[in-house]
Ligand binder design. Structure first.
Ligand code: BTN
Length: 262
């Protein structure tokens, strides 16, 4: 397996923001924590924190995220406008799908809000932690984990079916190639956002969720129903079996909406 290092990463990087600088660690607790500390100490937008292994990788809704060697685990320091925060899940998930497709030819889909699946199995997860200050965004940490070269069947049963790029292809995949393409696509979408281009349409088209019956974990409860539509703000409009509508905001639910209000 090719080794990650700062010089190897910078050697093939074609971006001017994302991955500049690149901070590589063989092992960390979570790249989210290292990136947050760097951001608090003034790290510039685009700073990349990447590790070969995470001892305490975390996922959405307080879940653990397994990051054995062979996986790609990274966090980026961003300093977006507050109005752009809802678009970060779209930027990250669309970028992951594009990077996977450009590097491997595999076609991935997005499960609302931002799980990346191949053949219905999870290959990548995204976690965004925003730090607000004085009515604005101090910084946001965008974390992405991609199962690149690992065999999910060797790990304890997960809460969801999982796959990896090497499992899908039957041969190892370059983590550096995936990383370079991922950072390029994040940069393209993120800079586009600043120029007023929304990733919403592409994200919506790449969702496998719309028109399907879904179960969504919302804090302690589970919402079930037909995924009718997604909003520009990233929310999911779910028609429950009793015909009421719920607007789910990336894992949180807003107070009940009447049909008229929706
Ligand atoms: C999820 O699907 O629940 C989100 C998983 C996010 C995992 C990535 S790996 C890099 C970064 N560091 C972490 O501890 N988590 C994110």
């Amino acid at each position: 397996m090719e080794a990650l290092s700062e010089s190897a990463i910078l050697g093939g990087l074609k971006t001017r923001l994302m991955g500049q600088p690149a901070l590589y660690y063989p092992s960390v607790s979570s790249t989210m924590d290292v990136a947050r500390k760097a951001a608090q100490e003034g790290a510039s937008e685009g700073t990349l924190v990447i590790a070969d292994e995470q001892a305490a990788g975390r996922g959405r809704q307080g879940r653990a995220w397994l990051s054995p060697p062979g996986s790609l685990s990274l966090s980026l320091v961003l300093r977006p406008q507050i109005a752009h925060l809802p678009y970060l899940i779209m930027v990250a998930s669309v970028a992951a799908v594009r990077a996977i497709s450009r590097t491997t030819g595999l076609s991935a889909r997005i499960k609302w809000p931002n799980d990346v699946l191949i053949g219905g199995k999870k290959v990548s997860g995204i976690l965004i932690e925003s730090h607000l200050r004085g009515g604005g965004v101090d910084f946001a940490i965008l974390g992405i984990g991609i199962n690149v070269n690992l065999d999910p069947s060797l790990f304890p049963p997960l809460a969801y079916p999982a796959t990896s790029l090497s499992t899908e292809l039957g041969h190892p995949v370059s983590r550096l190639e995936i990383l370079w393409r991922l950072l390029e696509e994040i940069e393209r979408l993120y800079l586009g956002l600043r120029e007023g281009q929304s990733p919403y349409q592409e994200w919506r088209q790449r969702l496998e969720t719309l028109g399907r019956r879904v179960r969504v974990e919302v804090g302690e409860t589970i919402e079930e129903g037909l995924a009718e539509e997604v909003g520009q703000d990233g929310s999911l409009l779910l028609r429950r079996t009793d015909d009421t509508l719920a607007r789910l905001v990336a894992g949180q639910t807003m107070p009940n909406l009447s049909e008229e209000a929706a």
